[in-house]
Design a protein around this ligand. Structure first.
Ligand code: ATP
Ligand code: MG
Length: 483
């Protein structure tokens, strides 16, 4: 029903292409090209979200091809696959061609799939929903949607991707993160699952002096120690069972750039010792290698645990904690920033419309109200799923009606009534804001979006009401009129 994102695999070696295709076909539409010319022809003819390119192409090198792609088609997220022989040259050029991730052979199917999924997600994030922009441009200041530096096209970078309202606690968090980005210090991002930790880590990298170099992600929670160490620090062939080839470590791939160590709180004591040594000494020793290699990497790590509590409980090394958390940043859960929900929901709807080739025209006011009232235990990720589901169930050219919401969210309506938005506001100001938003949303819904009538009933001027509608991120319904 829904078209999966398209990945273009550029690889001239039939067996290698088939292996990549078999894994990627689980989640993606896979198209192939044997050389640069064929790949360009495909890019001219098809909408591609991710390009996965072999470093060794007939008559060309993958990096040179991706550098050219970057100029001609800046949209697709670029990834490269290199064998150990090419790894060094590849690593040196990664930043230059704006390559999102370098994957070394032999690759691990699950990890490959995860990396390409992340790349497809990045593609979505980078696309500003045209609807959100035009709606907002037409009606004055609200947006925290900053166009990327020097980019006229529909791409966002850095902090501009993190949607929030000026009154949101996230505004203060981003203020801190911007300061942290300026200095080469390690940042620890804490926050519940789906609050945007990885998005913030990328923003810090993009805003730092290392922006032109690689940003490399490792999920430390998903792998046994040996594999994690060989991925991060590299290994020599035969260093452990399963190490069939030399492998370049992600610390080396990230040299000059940033490494994002996700789920750092899940790591074992023995891994923590090794990581501490790397951070103290600024050098890595690939498993089975004789000599260490110097690396210059900025570390941003993240966890959804209370890492200090883990330290107190003896499960996380205190010395490592202080190495990682020179600059701690906490992302609040969505329930503590309900004012952000309408704008984030609009951004996501734009992304989903693009990904699904749909034209859903926003949210009905009551839908937004219910979205803003829900506690969102899965945070933005859960909101994303909810919107995807609603779009799949809805019609084009109409706002999403409230009855398409999941039962758990609809139930909030019954529980709602006059209760203060329980999970939401903390300060009196937040609560008053939330109440105002709900009163306006309710009146807009009841009076069919007629601004004059709503303004009259609430004792506001039309201009005053319009500015409040904007401030609260309340879209006027399709039938709204000024008459
Ligand atoms: N403020 C925001 N504005 C727009 N999109 C957001 C925002 N926060 C998060 N997202 C989106 O929500 C999804 C989850 O974000 P992200 O992966 O960064 O969260 P996380 O905290 O790393 O989650 P997890 O702990 O589950 O790994 C992503 O698609 C991200 O782009
Ligand atoms: Mg994450």
């Amino acid at each position: 029903m829904v078209a999966p994102p398209t990945v273009l695999v550029v690889d001239d070696e039939g067996r290698s292409f088939a292996a990549l295709r078999d894994v990627l076909a689980r989640d993606f539409a896979v198209i192939g090209a044997r050389d640069a010319a064929e790949a360009e022809a495909r890019l001219r003819g098809e909408a591609v979200q991710v390009i996965l390119c072999d470093q060794n192409l007939p008559g060309a090198c993958g990096i040179a091809f991706l550098r050219r792609v970057r100029t001609l088609w800046p949209g697709p997220v670029r990834m490269i696959i290199a064998g150990t022989d090419d790894a060094e040259g590849t690593v040196a050029c990664v930043g230059e061609a704006g390559i999102h991730e370098s994957i070394s052979r032999p690759w691990h199917p699950e990890r490959l799939l995860r990396s390409v999924r992340a790349a497809a997600e990045l593609f979505q994030i980078q696309s500003i929903p045209a609807t959100a922009l035009t709606a907002r441009r037409a009606s004055g200041p609200l947006p925290c949607l900053l166009p990327a530096r020097g980019q006229a096209g529909p791409l966002l970078s850095g902090f501009g991707r993190i949607v929030h309202e000026p009154s949101s606690p996230v505004a203060a968090v981003l203020g801190l993160a911007r300061r942290a980005a300026e200095y080469d210090i390690s940042v620890l991002i804490t926050g519940a699952s789906g609050t945007g930790k990885e998005l913030l880590a990328r923003a810090i990298h993009d805003a730092s002096a290392r922006a032109g170099r690689a940003f490399v992600v490792e999920n430390c929670g998903a792998l046994p120690d040996e594999l994690l160490e060989s991925e991060l620090f590299g290994c020599k062939k035969g260093a452990f069972t399963g190490a069939h080839q030399d492998r370049i470590g992600l610390f080396e791939v990230a040299d000059g750039g940033t490494i994002f160590l996700d789920e750092i709180g899940e790591t074992s004591p023995s891994f923590q010792v090794k990581l501490l040594r790397v951070l103290q000494e600024g050098e890595i020793r690939p498993l089975g290698a004789q000599r260490p290699r110097r690396v210059n990497v900025r570390v941003v790590s993240a966890t959804n645990r209370d890492l200090m509590a883990e330290v107190e409980a003896g499960r996380f090394r205190r010395d490592l904690y202080y190495r990682l958390a020179a600059f701690p940043i906490h992302l609040p859960p969505l329930r503590d920033r309900p004012m952000d929900i309408p704008a984030i929901a609009e951004r996501i709807l734009g992304e989903v419309n693009r990904a699904f080739h749909r034209r859903v025209a926003g949210f009905a006011p009551q839908t937004l109200e219910l979205l803003a009232r829900h506690a969102w235990p899965g945070n933005v990720r859960e909101l994303h799923n909810e919107i995807q589901r609603m779009v799949a169930l809805s019609e084009d050219d109409a706002p999403l009606p409230a009855h398409l919401l999941s039962p758990a969210i609809l139930a909030d309506r019954c529980a709602g009534g006059d209760r203060p938005c329980a999970p939401a506001a903390r300060t009196l100001k937040d609560r008053v804001e939330e109440l105002e938003r709900r009163v306006i949303a309710e009146a807009m819904e009841r009076l069919g979006g007629n601004v004059s009538h709503v303004a009259g009933e609430l004792g506001l001027s039309r201009v005053g009401l319009r500015s409040k509608i904007e401030r609260h991120g309340l879209r006027r319904g399709a039938g709204a009129t000024d008459a």
